[in-house]
Write a protein that binds this ligand. Structure first.
Ligand code: ATP
Ligand code: LTN
Length: 327
């Protein structure tokens, strides 16, 4: 059985980009693979965090994992900081990661650009991500398009380590869906939908209520004209909304174009709002139930124990290979 690993940071609010690009694929994969899904709180502290809010957000992401349909019986769901092997392997991998390699990471350039006092952790962030993945001898990593470069680094580090110290890590493959892999911002279709963007109107959060969704979609940037036509170059705003529509309804772009022929943007936006609210409504009621059940911490504790056992196995081999094994 294939091993799957992925992670989401407990920063900001989880939005439909995270859902359609990554988390929804987690749910599909759990029936065919041995899945590990992590809330990567060590990654979150690469930029300043309030400890109380970090803890609250970590539990929120974990609860959302279960609310979207990740089953704690089928998948191992855990918090990264509960498994010390992640930080330990990250150090070892940092020592085979080149400065130049990390300097080329576009996410680092975007997130550090124009800022003073950028942490070293933000720079080495992709190496910690490689440690997450390699510890579990992962075959497949479901992520959005923006993580492709980080995945390449994970593959390079696995191969480099194997060459220097002998076969130790499986070399992971990315799994990037065709539709939804890059959901763009509602207020600016040239940028990706993002948790850390200042304007909350850039995104639809999984926990947004129906009225907020309606307002955000009504305000979403469209293009001149009124034709619902898929033309990412000429009409990036409407193309982005059509991608979201298609991800939710399963219809192709041609089918959507036919359905809205002669009907204009207003009609299309109304139906998209309904589709979104139907999907989010189900997630939100399961979220509520999970919160009330008080079971999330227990699931996470069981998950951490399972993850720890697998991670320790790999870490022991790494230590042996590197000359760190004495007893
Ligand atoms: P930030 O924008 O603050 O960096 P983020 O929204 O990218 O945060 P992450 O926790 O970094 O959130 O990402 C979680 C998962 O969601 C990753 O697999 C990432 O590739 C995916 N993802 C993030 N944004 C999008 C998007 N706009 N479209 C599709 N997938 C996305
Ligand atoms: N960097 C990722 C989050 C992440 C991740 C991982 C994803 C951390 N570790 C391991 C897949 C596998 C992001 O979405 N920004």
């Amino acid at each position: 059985m294939n091993r799957v690993f992925s992670g989401v940071q407990p920063t900001g609010d989880i939005h439909i980009g995270n859902y359609l690009g990554a988390i929804r694929n987690f749910v599909k994969l759990q029936d065919e693979a041995d899945c590990f899904f992590c809330v990567v709180d060590l990654h979150a502290v690469t930029v300043p965090q309030d400890p109380k809010i970090l803890r609250q957000k970590t539990l929120e992401v974990a609860t959302l994992y279960f609310a979207v349909g990740i089953d704690p019986q089928k998948s191992t769901v855990f918090v990264q900081s509960a498994v010390p092997a992640h930080a330990e392997l990250a150090w070892m991998l940092q020592c085979i990661t080149y400065f130049g390699e990390l300097g080329r990471m576009t996410q680092f350039k975007d997130k550090s650009g124009g800022k003073e006092n950028v942490s070293v952790g933000l720079f080495t962030y992709p190496t910690l991500m490689a440690a997450d993945i390699l510890l579990y001898q992962t075959d497949v990593v479901p992520v959005g398009q923006d993580q492709k470069q980080h995945l390449e680094l994970s593959r390079d580090l696995a191969q480099r380590f194997n060459q220097r110290y002998g076969e130790t890590f499986r070399v992971p493959e990315p799994f990037i869906g065709e539709i939804g892999a890059k959901v763009m911002a509602l207020d600016d279709p040239a940028k990706k939908m993002s948790k850390s963007a200042g304007n909350p109107n850039n995104r639809i959060d999984l926990l947004d209520d129906a009225r907020t969704v309606q307002k955000k979609i009504a305000r979403a940037v469209t293009d001149s004209g009124s034709e619902v036509r898929y033309a990412p170059e000429d009409k990036p705003g409407i193309a982005n909304l059509m991608s979201i529509y298609s991800s939710l309804s399963g219809e192709t772009m041609v089918q959507i174009e036919e359905r809205y022929q002669g009907k204009g943007y207003g009609n299309f936006k109304g139906d998209l709002t309904e589709l979104l609210n139907a999907e989010l409504g189900g997630i939100q009621s399961r979220y509520q139930e999970l919160q009330e059940s008080g079971k999330v911490l227990q699931f996470l504790e069981e998950g951490a124990a399972r993850a720890l056992a697998v991670a320790e196995r790999t870490l022991n081999v790494v230590k042996e290979r590197m000359g760190f094994k004495y007893f």
